[in-house]
Design a protein around this ligand. Structure first.
Ligand code: PMP
Length: 445
C-alpha cells in the first residue's frame, strides 16, 4: 500500500517552521520566511522543487552527489542489500560481505600503502576517529604526551566536538566556545608556520597534522606549489602523522581519485565520506597506511575502544560499491578533470567580461569566483555581494554556495561529474547574465 500525502507547500512551510531545526541555518530567517526551497526530485544534474522549479545542482548539493541524482541502480543496490541483510554489526568478531568488499576496494583505489579502513557514518565522525586513532597510536608507541593536533587556518573538518576543535574557521569554534583541548592552527599557506608552531609547542607533544588537499568550506583554497611536499617533509622530520581530509576531495572531485595525489605525497591516514556513496547513503571512513596498521597489529594488546553502531552499515557499503562501479564504468573521474578545465575557462572569460570578478580558480570540479570592488587593488565590497548573487543565480536556475567566512566574498561551485559541455556553457550564461544585472544595479546606486 502506498500512502498518498496531499499537502500544500504552504502547509509544509508551516510545519517546517514549527518542528524542524535546520543544520547551518539562520533560525530567525526560517521563522520569517520558512524554507525557500522544498526539493522533491533529483534527476542527473538537476534538482526540482515542490513548485516545479528546476535548477542545475552546481554544488552537487553538499559537494557529494557526484554521480548525479536519480540513479535507479543505486536504489536497486540499496533495495537488494536491505532485503538480504539490512543491518548486522561489525563489532568485535562480526563482519559482513559489503564492508569487507568495500574495504578491499578502498585499498585498491587509494594511493601508496593506504590499506585498512575503519568505517564511520560521515565526515565529522571520520575526523574524530582519525584524531582518536593517532592519539591511541602514540599511546601504544609509549609516547602518550604526543597528543596535540595541528590543522590549518581556514580549514573545515566537521562539527562534532573533535572535528570542530580541528576546524580553523573560527566562527564554528566560537559557536560553543568550550571545545576539546590540544588543537593548534598553522597558517594555511605557509609550511614555515607549521614548522614554527611545532618548534614552539615541542615536536614530542604533537600527534598529527590534518589538512584538506583543497580547502572547500574556506572557499576552494588551493595551496601554493610545493606546500604539501614541504608539509610531508616536516611531518617526517618531527615524527608527526599526516592526515589528509578527503571528505570533499575523495572519489574524484579534483579530477584524480584523491586530492592529495595531485601533490605526489602519501598521507599516513586519509578521512573520507560524501563522495564514497555520492550521498545516496551516509558513510565515512578512515583509511590507514599499511605501516600504521601494522604497528597497531604489533602493539595493540586490548580492545579498540572505538566504534559506532553504523560503522560499516551494510546498505551504505553496498551503495558505495555501486557508486565506485559507476565512477569506474563511466570514467567519471576523468570527466571531472576535463569538465573542470572547461568550467575554469568559462570563469576566466567571465573575469575578462566583468568588473566585479576578481580571482578565479579551480581544481577538477571544485571551483571558485572571488568578487571584488576593485580588480587592480583586490579591494572587496564593504558588504559581501556573494549571498545576493547566489540568490539571484538560484532564481535563474543555478545552485551554488556563497562563502563569506573570514572576510571572503566568494562563489563556490562543485557540479556533479556527469556534467556536459552544454551544461557548463549554461552555467556560464546564467553567471554572465546575473553578474551583468548585479553590476548595472550596483553602478546605478
Ligand atoms: N571535512 C571536510 C573537508 C568537509 O568539507 C566536511 C563537510 N563539508 C566534513 C569534514 C564533515 O563532514 P560531515 O558533514 O559528513 O560530518
Amino acid at each position: 500500500m502506498t500512502i498518498q500525502v496531499d499537502i500544500s507547500m504552504n502547509e509544509l512551510q508551516q510545519l517546517d517552521k514549527q518542528h524542524f531545526l535546520h543544520p547551518s541555518s539562520s533560525i530567525k530567517q526560517q521563522q520569517e520566511h520558512g524554507p525557500a526551497f522544498i526539493f522533491t526530485e533529483g534527476n542527473g544534474i538537476y534538482l526540482k522543487d515542490i513548485s516545479g522549479k528546476k535548477v542545475i545542482d552546481g554544488l552537487s548539493s553538499l559537494w557529494n552527489v557526484n554521480i548525479g541524482h536519480g540513479r535507479k541502480e543505486m536504489g536497486q543496490a540499496a533495495f537488494d542489500q536491505m532485503s538480504k541483510l539490512a543491518y548486522s554489526s561489525c563489532f568485535a568478531t562480526f563482519s559482513h560481505e559489503p564492508a569487507i568488499l568495500l574495504a578491499a576496494k578502498l585499498a585498491e583505489l587509494t594511493p601508496g600503502d593506504l590499506n585498512a579502513t575503519f568505517f564511520t557514518s560521515g565526515g565529522s565522525e571520520s575526523n574524530d576517529t582519525a584524531i582518536k586513532l593517532v592519539r591511541h597510536y602514540w599511546i601504544l608507541k609509549n609516547q602518550p604526551q604526543k597528543k596535540k593536533i595541528i590543522s590549518r587556518t581556514k580549514s573545515y573538518h566537521g562539527l562534532t566536538i573533535g572535528a570542530t576543535s580541528a576546524t580553523g574557521i573560527k566562527v564554528f569554534r566560537d559557536f560553543t566556545q568550550s571545545l576539546a583541548p590540544d588543537f593548534y592552527y598553522a597558517d594555511h599557506f605557509s609550511p614555515e608556520s607549521l614548522r614554527e608552531l611545532i618548534e614552539v609547542e615541542g615536536p614530542d607533544t604533537i600527534a598529527a597534522f590534518i589538512s584538506e588537499p583543497v580547502q572547500g568550506t574556506g572557499g576552494v583554497l588551493i595551496a601554493p606549489d610545493g606546500y604539501f611536499q614541504e608539509i610531508r617533509k616536516i611531518c617526517d622530520e618531527y615524527h608527526i602523522l599526516f592526515i589528509s581530509d578527503e571528505v570533499i576531495t575523495g572519489f574524484g572531485r579534483t579530477g584524480k581519485y584523491f586530492g592529495i595525489e595531485h601533490y605526489g605525497v602519501i598521507p599516513d591516514m586519509m578521512t573520507v565520506a560524501k563522495g564514497i556513496t555520492s550521498g545516496y547513503a551516509p558513510l565515512g571512513g578512515v583509511i590507514l597506511s599499511q605501516k600504521i596498521h601494522h604497528e597497531f597489529i604489533e602493539l595493540s594488546t586490548e580492545t579498540l575502544f572505538h566504534g559506532y553502531t553504523y560503522s560499516g552499515h551494510p546498505v551504505s557499503c553496498a551503495v558505495a560499491l555501486k557508486n565506485i562501479e559507476i565512477l569506474e564504468r563511466e570514467k567519471l573521474v576523468e570527466n571531472a578533470r576535463v569538465m573542470g578545465e572547461e568550467l575554469l575557462k568559462g570563469f576566466q572569460w567571465l573575469q575578462k567580461e566583468h568588473e566585479i570578478v576578481g580571482e578565479v580558480r579551480g581544481l577538477g570540479l571544485m571551483a571558485a569566483i572571488e568578487l571584488v570592488q576593485d580588480k587592480a587593488t583586490h579591494t572587496r565590497f564593504a558588504k559581501p555581494l556573494a549571498p545576493t548573487i547566489a540568490t539571484e543565480l538560484m532564481k535563474r536556475g543555478l545552485n551554488c554556495r556563497a562563502v563569506v567566512l573570514e572576510g571572503a566574498d566568494t562563489l563556490v561551485f562543485a557540479p556533479p561529474f556527469i556534467i556536459t559541455p552544454k551544461v557548463v556553457n549554461r552555467m556560464i550564461e546564467i553567471l554572465h547574465d546575473t553578474l551583468s544585472i548585479v553590476e548595472s544595479s550596483s553602478h546605478s546606486g
